[in-house]
Design a binder for this molecule. Structure first.
Ligand code: FES
Length: 192
């Protein structure tokens, strides 16, 4: 799950403007309260998902700094987690991030062809975003759905046993729906 996107430069002026919505801040406090006092670092992964959803699908250095402040941690503690996992984006991405698994089961069942097909269809390479800002194509390590390879994840959705027809359908549906797809949403956080 290593994340080799690099980190953008920190802008102290921009940092002053960063604040999450009240519902997001309430959800974050609910998550932090699940853990014993002083163990708020344990809340970091779900909090980063909310942060990403609040920030157009990616985590700028300023947003990471804000998360560190909320959790009472050093910024570097947040940076090292966000830069490790491929599910966190450290540069701007499209509304729909198509994360194609490249690990063994998917690879033996045609993951390379899936990446090539999507790349040709959207006219982008892995790591790139379409010019309309709708799709980003990423390759990632095993997503735990090896029995239904080849597969991809987009936000909270898994698309399994991929064929060209299924890829065509999901891209068409995403274009029609035209919305950002996040890993988590506040309704889900608040109901759990
Ligand atoms: S190898 Fe692709 S989901 Fe596990």
């Amino acid at each position: 799950m290593s994340n080799e996107q690099g980190v953008k430069k920190f802008d102290p002026e921009k940092r002053k403007t960063i604040r999450f919505s009240e519902p997001a801040l309430e959800s974050i406090q609910k998550i932090i309260q699940r853990y014993p006092a002083g163990k708020q670092k344990s809340a970091m992964l779900p909090v980063l998902h909310i942060a990403q959803a609040e920030s157009d699908g990616w985590l700028s250095p300023e947003v990471l700094d804000y998360v560190a402040e909320i959790l009472g941690l050093l910024p570097v503690e947040v940076y090292e987690v966000a830069s490790f996992y491929s599910m966190y984006n450290l540069k701007p991405v499209g509304k729909c991030v198509l994360e194609v698994c490249q690990t063994s089961s998917c690879w033996t069942r045609g993951a390379e062809d899936v990446v090539e097909y999507i790349g040709k269809k959207l006219n982008i390479k892995a790591g790139e975003t379409t010019s309309d800002g709708m799709f980003t194509l990423k390759t990632v390590e095993c997503l735990g759905s090896c029995g239904t390879a080849p597969m991809l994840q987009c936000g909270a959705e898994y698309h399994e046993n991929l064929t060209e027809e299924r890829i065509d359908n999901l891209i068409e549906r995403y274009r029609k729906e035209d919305r950002r797809r996040n890993y988590t949403d506040l309704d889900f956080v608040n109901s759990n």
